[in-house]
Design a protein around this ligand. Structure first.
Ligand code: FE2
Length: 235
């Protein structure tokens, strides 16, 4: 585990808990139920459900956010209720359960809760275009050009067999495009997530059926929130 990343996430979680809903969106933090218990809440979407049309329809968002993402959060709360993980920051649960065969269900739901909250922030209406200067410089140092970075991210997304995620991560001093299967998150390998694209079929099937490449191209060209990636780089 990369301690710095862990500390960063832990600090963010703490800040979230201290400052309320708007920032809790950043990681999907804990909230007090009022009964002396803590539980994770489904953070609000950062935009209306139809804001990403026509690339991602409101119908897809309604299922993806309202059913799939919600189910991961609800299941996680059930799985950790009454355990020593009940009041742990989400990232700590992910790191603690990664690779533990007796904790697979907790890992899967915790990681999917985190990944989706992160994913929503990686998208925005009228996104795409060029990254902010500092991030652009780092991308050029790592990939040669922004176009090469976009292509490597698209390749990672297209070549993930079955369900999973494509990511831009900071690995040491370099930005890399990587892919993970199912719920896996590169933070468990000591890499810092900057950006992600969900390539589970539930992310695109209603709009694109089997045409994952078209969904990925639409996301990269029109929705990617480079400002959010730049913020993550600076954290
Ligand atoms: Fe998803």
């Amino acid at each position: 585990m990369n301690k710095k990343i862990f500390d960063d996430f832990t600090r963010r979680e703490f800040l979230n808990a201290a400052t309320g809903t708007a920032i809790a969106l950043a990681v999907g933090g804990l909230t007090n139920t009022g009964k002396g218990e803590m539980e994770y809440v489904l953070p609000p979407l950062p935009y209306p459900a139809n804001a990403l049309e026509p690339v991602i329809s409101a119908r897809t968002i309604s299922f993806h956010y309202g059913k799939h993402h919600k189910a991961y959060v609800d299941k996680l709360n059930k799985l950790i209720a009454g355990t020593d993980m009940a009041d742990m920051p989400l990232e700590k649960i992910i790191i603690a359960t990664s690779g533990k065969t007796d904790k697979t269900a907790i890992f899967n739901n915790a990681a999917q809760a985190w990944n989706h909250t992160f994913y929503w922030q990686c998208l925005k209406p009228n996104g795409g275009g060029e990254p902010p200067a500092e991030l652009k410089q780092k991308i050029e140092a790592s990939f040669g050009t922004v176009e090469a970075c976009r292509n490597e991210l698209a390749t990672a997304a297209g070549s993930q067999f079955g369900s999973g995620w494509a990511w831009l991560v900071l690995d040491g001093d370099k930005i890399k495009a990587v892919k993970t299967g199912n719920a896996d998150n590169p933070m468990t390998e000591g890499m810092k997530p900057l950006l992600t694209i969900d390539v589970w079929e539930h992310a695109y099937y209603l709009d694109y059926q089997n045409r994952r490449a078209d969904y990925v191209k639409g996301v990269i060209d029109k929705l990617i929130n480079w400002d959010f990636a730049a913020e993550n780089l600076g954290k």
